[in-house]
Design a protein around this ligand. Structure first.
Ligand code: BEZ
Length: 211
């Protein structure tokens, strides 16, 4: 069954390149990104994991832990890590789950048989410290993901979890935000001391409140 926003992120235990984990315990009080790739020793996946490793500092700043998964066994992951490091000019710095029994892939509905019967698609799940699913993304095997976009979404998710704002199209950290329609103008004047602009009664903007 597909996982939807707001659902509990299914828990599991798994073997990873950094040892055995219980997913929820591994997340602890942080945010997590669980993302699947179709297969080890494939070109797009190699660039994706290398790119994610290079951005780990940015994810750390946001209290986000990353973990990758595919149905390949642990020996394959361990060998492939050397290729990621060599070709992507990085050092792998987050775990990869070995899921040959498809336990995680099944729990998270990562195998889409009409795309490929045996490989996981490029799924992304952002999980909050409350272990609820905050974001799902699904990309085909032929399209590598944009990890800067995942960082951008994390910025929005973390901001909107604390303030009564939403983020507009193409928003980036530092840009003005949209005041939720559940907030009256009187409340907005209190909540947003930097002020707000009413473009329409349903479209009000305010400088990003946490800066
Ligand atoms: C890739 O990572 O390049 C890839 C993996 C599976 C199918 C197609 C491409």
């Amino acid at each position: 069954m597909a996982i939807r926003l707001g659902d509990d992120a299914p828990n599991f235990t798994a073997t990873t390149t950094e040892g055995e984990i219980n997913f929820h315990e591994w997340i602890g009080d942080k945010w997590a990104i669980l993302f699947s790739h179709p297969a080890d020793y494939t070109p797009v996946c190699t660039t994706e994991l290398g790119t994610a490793a290079k951005l780990k500092g940015e994810f750390d700043k946001r209290n986000v832990k990353m973990i990758a998964v595919s149905v390949d066994p642990i020996d394959s992951h361990n060998g492939w890590v050397n290729d990621i490091n060599e070709t992507q000019n990085t050092t792998m710095n987050f775990p990869i789950i070995a899921d040959p029994d498809r336990n995680v892939a099944t729990l998270y509905d990562m195998i889409h048989p009409n795309a490929n019967a045996t490989m996981t698609v490029r799924s992304v799940f952002v999980v909050g410290p409350d272990k609820k699913v905050k974001l799902t993304l699904t990309y085909p095997a032929s399209t590598g993901r944009n990890f800067n976009e995942i960082l951008r979404v994390v910025d929005s998710l973390q901001l909107t979890s604390k303030f009564s704002v939403a983020t507009p199209a193409n928003w980036n950290n530092g840009d003005d935000c949209i005041i939720m329609n559940s907030v009256t103008n009187e409340q907005a004047a209190e909540k947003f001391p930097k002020g707000f602009t009413q473009i329409k009664p349903y479209l009000r903007t305010t400088p990003q409140p946490n800066l």
